[in-house]
Ligand binder design. Structure first.
Ligand code: TRP
Length: 454
């Protein structure tokens, strides 16, 4: 039988954990580039509108469902649809954190490798081609990335095994503020580089002519991915939320911190990229090929700066990735522990093994399995693509439909307003409820179909 669940101690712990899950590689290597390519400040405005009207209500639905039911997704599906016909949806929802856990750990391992390189002072003098070669050699080799993947996943498993309060909460409470301070330091440094203005205007200058339907869909997809929606992470973290904590407040603050961090990452990266006279890019290429070269050229200006900046930067990437990975690990762990009633040890070990084993072919798809593609995608890309384009939306749709159609209206009201105590929540309850019930499902279906066919 299930014992009493641990809870986060206070509001700060809730926000640190949720922001920890949300803030990750998506903020560092995807958002800055998307902003720059899609109209700068204008894109940020569209992104915020998408966050407020679609992502945030989905966040609320997930949190309502989690706190109300106190169980993970499979438990909810089983209790709301006892005839068992929809169990496959629960399985799909578990599948996405399994996939992300595995491929995210590969990339987390890369940042560990790069942190070690930075500590060793490897970024002292590297030409652009050398930097590309170093990354290709490392990522395409067999053992080294699997070793870093192993260490990264082991760290995650250790934090989760320490429990909600002593593990997840403590870790996020320390790491998240440090992460923000690190980013601010790098921003200050990056902006002081000669020619940084071009990078600044790339990120900030609004250009509304770039906004079209495609851009809006991109903004929506990014806001869902960045907030870790539809995979049960917010849901599971909400089961640790005290009844006195505000769901609305937590959601709003998580969006604010997540967006603020993404903009900070842009301000840290793009001025340096432009200052070095390189075109902007995104993804692994930006973080592991372009930036190391830029850092190494800083070393010629000041050796201390050339040593410290890459070190701080890869430390930040590693921390951002770890706090996200922990939230995914926790989702699968909770499922095995409380739905399948595994012992703690067995549950931790099983999640670890699943993540580790699926991670191996994902890692190899940068090397020996490069030529092996399904529907034109390598295994790594396939895992990334299916989760961020499909599974995530199926999860979100399921969560908001259950809140809108399966939960009683009073139950939703009690969760949102904390038993009628929160004034602002009471004020917006009615429109929010109608929105979750009637508008949100269509919104999600439209994004889903657009991703599928356009
Ligand atoms: N939000 C994370 C990022 O921006 C990525 C992510 C997507 C994620 N879904 C998740 C992290 C689920 C943890 C759990 O990088």
């Amino acid at each position: 039988m299930k014992g009493k669940k641990e809870q986060f101690s206070n509001r700060f712990a809730v926000i640190a954990a949720m922001a920890g899950s949300a803030i990750g590689l998506g903020n560092i290597w995807r958002f800055p580039y998307m902003v720059g390519e899609n109209g700068g400040g204008a894109f940020v405005i569209v992104y915020l509108i998408c966050s407020v009207f679609l992502a945030l209500p989905c966040f609320f639905s997930e949190a309502i469902l989690g706190r109300h039911s106190g169980t993970g997704i499979m438990g909810i599906v089983k209790s709301k649809f006892p005839e068992g016909k929809l169990n496959f949806l629960g399985v799909l929802c578990i599948l996405s954190p399994v996939l992300i856990l595995s491929f995210y750990s590969i990339v987390g391992g890369w940042s560990l490798e790069y942190l070690v390189k930075a500590i060793a002072g490897d970024f002292n003098s590297m030409s652009e081609t050398e930097s590309v070669r170093v990354f290709n050699d490392y990522s395409s080799s067999v053992w080294r990335p699997i070793l870093t993947h192993f260490v990264f996943l082991t760290t995650t498993a250790v934090v989760v095994s320490l429990g909600v309060k002593k593990g997840i909460e403590k870790f996020n409470k320390i790491i998240m503020p440090v992460l923000f301070v690190l980013m601010v330091l790098i921003v200050v440094f990056s902006m002081s580089l000669p020619g940084a203005e071009a990078g600044l205007s790339y990120i900030l200058k609004p250009d509304f002519s770039k906004i079209d339907a495609d851009v809006i869909c991109d903004a929506l997809g990014q806001s869902f991915f960045s907030l870790s929606l539809g995979m049960g992470t917010i849901l599971v973290y909400s089961t640790f939320m005290k009844k006195s904590e505000s769901i609305i407040g937590s959601g709003v603050l998580t969006v604010v911190f997540d967006t603020a961090f993404a903009i900070l990452a842009g301000l840290a990266i793009m001025p340096a990229v432009f200052s070095a006279g390189i075109g902007p890019s995104s993804g692994p290429g930006l973080v592991y090929e372009t930036l190391p070269y830029i850092f190494s050229s800083m070393g010629t200006v000041s050796p201390t700066v050339g040593y410290l900046v890459p070190l701080l930067f890869f430390l930040a990437v590693l921390m951002a990735a770890l706090t996200s990975e922990i939230s995914m690990f926790e989702v699968i762990y909770e499922y095995l522990r409380y739905d399948r009633l595994y012992s703690k040890k067995k549950a931790i070990l099983t999640v670890f093994l699943i993540g580790f084993l699926i991670g191996i072919p994902c890692s190899m798809s940068f090397g020996v399995l490069k030529g092996f593609t399904l529907w034109g995608l390598t295994l790594f890309d396939l895992a990334d693509f299916t989760t961020s384009n499909f599974l995530m939306f199926i999860g979100s749709l399921l969560f908001c439909m259950i809140v809108g159609w399966k939960m009683k209206k009073e139950e939703v009201y009690m969760e949102i307003t904390n038993n009628g105590e929160k004034k602002f929540a009471k004020l917006i309850f009615k429109p929010l409820y109608l929105w979750i019930r009637y508008v949100l499902p269509f919104g999600i279906i439209i994004i889903f179909l657009t991703n599928l066919f356009v």
